[in-house]
Design a protein around this ligand. Structure first.
Ligand code: GAR
Length: 192
């Protein structure tokens, strides 16, 4: 059983997709804690609904990124998490977090990496005029949105797409591939 700590900044639909995959036996794991950085994050309501403990670490209360990451590491350890799952986590990570969970931090990004890293990935894709878009789950390394790729899924870009309509199409795929990528990462770590 994988012990997961999930980090989320926003709506938490990926957090919930992982919780659901665990609930229906698709993923042999448990979410020990949800950490969120933004008091408004809907992810916290979802955690409550699932009976999963949640901890607010508001980045505005930490002077440096390293200090936020130290708080995250301490919380993850306190709750017994062995894997860190970034499910819509909008903070740049530092070596403090990466060194605490070597090769055990996963991130989901709403583009077909290595295209369109960084913020506003979906707007970047629309502006570039690409005809397919998608999402990527990868292991986290220091460079933003780099690191070995575990899973990707592709969706079409339609003529009249807005960032919202394209994001909605991508999110359906995110919810499919994230739980599978977590299982795959664990398998790879067992049999390197
Ligand atoms: C997801 O689409 C995820 O790919 C993206 O944030 C969204 C969170 O949705 N992540 C990033 O942009 C990371 N840079 P959710 O809160 O509903 O899971």
């Amino acid at each position: 059983t994988l012990r997961l700590g999930v980090l989320a900044s926003g709506s938490g639909s990926n957090f919930e997709a992982i919780a659901r995959a665990i609930d229906c036996g698709q993923l042999n794991a448990e979410i020990r804690v949800l950490i969120y950085n933004n008091p408004q994050a809907k992810a916290a309501d979802r955690a409550k609904k699932w009976g999963i403990p949640s901890v607010l670490l508001d980045h505005r209360e930490f002077k440096r990124r390293e200090e936020l990451d130290r708080g995250i590491v301490a919380t993850l350890k306190e709750y017994g998490a062995e894997w860190t799952i970034m499910a819509g986590w909008m903070r740049i990570v530092t070596p403090v977090l990466i060194d605490a969970f070597p090769d055990r931090i996963l991130n989901i990004h709403p583009s077909l990496l290595p295209s369109f890293p960084g913020i506003r990935a979906i707007e970047q894709a629309l502006n570039a005029g690409v005809k397919v878009a998608g999402c990527t789950v990868h292991r986290v390394s220091l460079e933003v949105d780099c690191g070995p790729i575990l899973a990707q899924a592709v969706v079409p870009v339609l003529e009249d797409d807005t960032p919202e309509t394209l994001h909605a199409r991508i999110q359906i795929q995110e919810h499919e591939i994230f739980p599978r990528a977590i299982a795959l990462a664990a398998l790879q770590s067992q049999n390197p």
